[in-house]
Design a protein around this ligand. Structure first.
Ligand SMILES: Nc1ncnc2c1ncn2[C@@H]1O[C@H](COP(=O)(O)OP(=O)(O)OP(=O)(O)O)[C@@H](O)[C@H]1O
Ligand SMILES: [Mg+2]
Length: 197
């Protein structure tokens, strides 16, 4: 069955091959899909909470986390994107750019280049900018940035939502998306403001 899912303008649509990876063939609406993903994410977060070894800056861990968050719904969870999207780098560049990013973050931590929260938000932005996976990049990269802050650096996680659902269209989501776009062009101030930095 084909699902015509009505995505927010700034989310990346899935191509037919990626839609094939949906494990639930009866899904017909965006609401149903959101719900299934939400349940999967809750299970993934439980896995994360139980896990003792957190290699937040390791490619294998980063992919495993995506698989735990989305793998009950999507067969391709945890595998890097193979198709071009309106967002993100050329698929062939994903692993190289991720490796560069992980090296940068390690350097920032070792040298205290930025405060931990700033490291977290820069890490988040660079992850969604690369756009590792066909879908779930925003949610995965928010959880991963919080995992780095909380479990590795011993800091408070970022208050992304402030009581607002970031997934649906609303003012806070537009502020978030606009700020990411500015950060793409090198201006991080709106993103810092977004998280009250
Ligand atoms: N201009 C941009 N630059 C960098 N990242 C962006 C930009 N616009 C959107 N994004 C990121 O891409 C995400 C959407 O990608 P994707 O659909 O893969 O993630 P998602 O987790 O399914 O999204 P959602 O945030 O709707 O849950 C947004 O949440 C945001 O983090
Ligand atoms: Mg999406």
């Amino acid at each position: 069955m084909t699902v015509s899912i009505d995505y927010p303008d700034d989310a990346t649509p899935l191509d037919p091959g990626e839609m094939e990876g949906l494990r639930y063939k009866h899904v017909t609406t965006r609401g149903e899909l959101d719900h299934l993903e939400q349940v999967n994410i809750q299970n993934g977060l439980q896995w994360l909470a139980r896990r003792k070894k957190i290699d937040a800056l390791d490619e294998k861990f980063i992919r495993e986390l995506h698989k735990r968050l989305f793998g009950e719904v999507w067969k391709w969870a945890g595998e890097f994107r193979k198709t071009e999207k309106n967002l993100g780098v050329d698929p062939l560049q994903i692993s190289v750019q991720l490796r560069t990013l992980l090296g940068d973050v390690e350097y920032w931590i070792e040298n205290g280049t930025y405060k931990p929260k700033e490291i977290g938000i820069r890490f988040h932005h660079r992850l969604v900018h690369i756009h590792l996976f066909p879908n779930g990049n925003g949610r995965h990269a928010r959880i991963l940035a919080d995992t780095l802050l909380n479990r590795v650096l011993g800091e408070e996680p970022i208050d992304w939502v402030r009581g607002v659902d970031l997934q649906s269209m609303n003012e806070r989501r537009s502020e978030y998306i606009t700020a990411l776009g500015k950060a793409d062009r090198g201006d991080y101030d709106p993103l810092f403001k977004f998280i009250n930095l």
